[in-house]
Design a protein around this ligand. Structure first.
Ligand code: SAM
Length: 413
């Protein structure tokens, strides 16, 4: 399906210094859904060998191997569970016989099942760090995609990214391992199966995969990744440290009508005019300048020059966002916040000369629940009527957007 068929509100454009990006093809309102996207490929973020599936402790880290929903714990003697194991490897578990049967024809084809079983039985990978094991999960899923959906495999190859030295080093280790897995005809050298292709796939994954995260829990401020997915349209969104859109997902919840639980919905945080680039933040917005820059260069290969980074690059090392937010409160009262709320509240509305022009963003659009760090976007408008209810994309908290607390801005140092 083309982007035009998925979203009448967005178009893909070349943006100087950023490759392709998503741009508003018309004015877009706060809360509007700009994209629903489905993954062309999903793979587990777990190590090759997991905890025993029959131990009670496994319940906390056990997901359906096709749709990645959380599975109930396996209780001894309980015959009522609808979960099923792969009949061939007895290692992978699925939430229902429907998911199993979909998986056997796609994500858990007989080749995937055999390849993962071989790796688990005896492979140099078992001694390697989790990152390499997860890259092996990805490569097996990607080479399987080449067989089950060559057109989706071409989409994967069309995503941004060229291998650098660290990717080539990982490919040099992983390619012989994957080659040794009784490669079937679809990964033969005649079909382009090579070290170069393995490197190319790894970099596409590195720059474009989205993490499907564990749900929010207030006693755990480091949500782990359950699975990764390649979302062909969402991959066109560039990063901004003050995003104007954010992603909602529903992996364990009931997704909106017509969506699968692994689909993403991208919703506007605030109004934007036609022609404005629509950006996501690739990670929670509370991170400080140096850790954002480090992540963006190491994980995505670019230096961020967004409005927020340009301001924060001038802060002294000891300045936290919290300090600056407190200073800012001395010069911005609620009337000013309200005025800004009524205007285009994009980054550009707040560019003028102060040390923390983006304090408004944190006060209005960052979830105040302890350890959440989610982003708030209004619920979709009803017809032309905007919603004043803000929803957190991490914990799901709903908040009245007409009132927001200017007394407290909690940020990471
Ligand atoms: C998920 S892709 C985004 C779409 C990509 N620009 C394209 O052409 O397909 C991520 C890559 O886009 C580029 N990118 C994203 N945000 C950027 C930004 N703010 N500044 C510069 N490059 C950016 C980086 O090369 C990054 O690795």
């Amino acid at each position: 399906m083309s982007l035009a068929a998925r979203s009448s509100l967005l178009k893909v454009e070349e943006i100087q210094g950023r490759g392709r990006g998503m741009v508003a093809s018309q004015p877009i309102k706060a809360g509007q859904i700009v994209l629903r996207d489905s993954p062309i490929l999903l793979y587990s973020a777990l190590p090759l060998i997991r905890q025993s599936l029959s131990s009670s402790s496994s319940s906390t880290s056990c997901f359906c191997d096709h749709c990645f929903r959380i599975l109930p714990p396996i209780l001894q003697g309980d015959t009522s569970s609808s979960t099923v194991f792969c009949p061939n490897c007895c290692h992978h578990r699925f939430c229902s016989s429907t998911c199993l049967s979909k998986a056997l024809n796609s994500s858990h084809s007989s080749w995937v099942c055999q390849a993962l079983s071989c790796l688990r039985a005896n492979s140099p990978l078992l001694e390697q760090p989790l990152e390499l094991q997860v890259q092996a999960n990805f490569l097996i899923a990607a080479y399987n995609l080449a067989n089950i959906s060559p057109s989706d495999f071409q989409i994967l190859l069309s995503l941004q990214g060229s291998p650098d030295d660290s990717i080539i080093a990982a490919a040099q280790f992983l390619h012989p391992v994957i080659s040794s897995l009784c490669p079937p005809s679809f990964v033969s050298p005649q079909n382009g199966f090579s070290l170069e292709l393995t490197s190319t796939l790894l970099v596409k994954d590195k720059l474009n995969a989205f993490g499907i995260m564990q749900p929010f829990s207030s006693d755990d401020d480091q949500r782990s990744v359950r699975a990764y997915g390649i979302y062909p349209y969402a991959s066109f969104f560039n990063h901004d440290c003050l995003p104007n859109a954010c992603r909602f997902d529903y992996v364990d919840a009931n997704p909106p009508d017509g969506c699968h639980n692994t689909d993403f919905i991208i919703r506007m945080i605030h109004d934007v005019p036609q022609g404005r680039e629509i950006c996501l933040s690739y990670f929670p917005v509370n991170e400080n300048y140096s850790s954002r820059q480090k992540r963006l260069i190491e994980d995505y290969g670019f230096t961020c020059n967004c409005d927020r980074c340009n301001v924060e690059s001038n802060w002294s090392d000891n300045d936290s966002v919290e300090d600056n937010a407190e200073d800012e409160e001395e010069v911005m009262d609620e009337d000013q916040y309200e005025t800004m709320a009524a205007s285009d509240t994009g980054n550009h509305a707040l560019e003028d000369n102060n040390d923390f022009p983006h304090s408004y963003f944190f006060l209005r659009y960052m979830c105040d629940r302890l350890n959440c760090w989610g982003t708030l976007a209004p619920l979709p408008p009803q017809g032309d009527t905007p919603s004043n209810v803000m929803e957190c994309n991490v914990c799901g908290k709903l908040k009245n957007g007409d009132t927001f607390d200017t007394d407290e801005v909690l940020m990471e140092d």
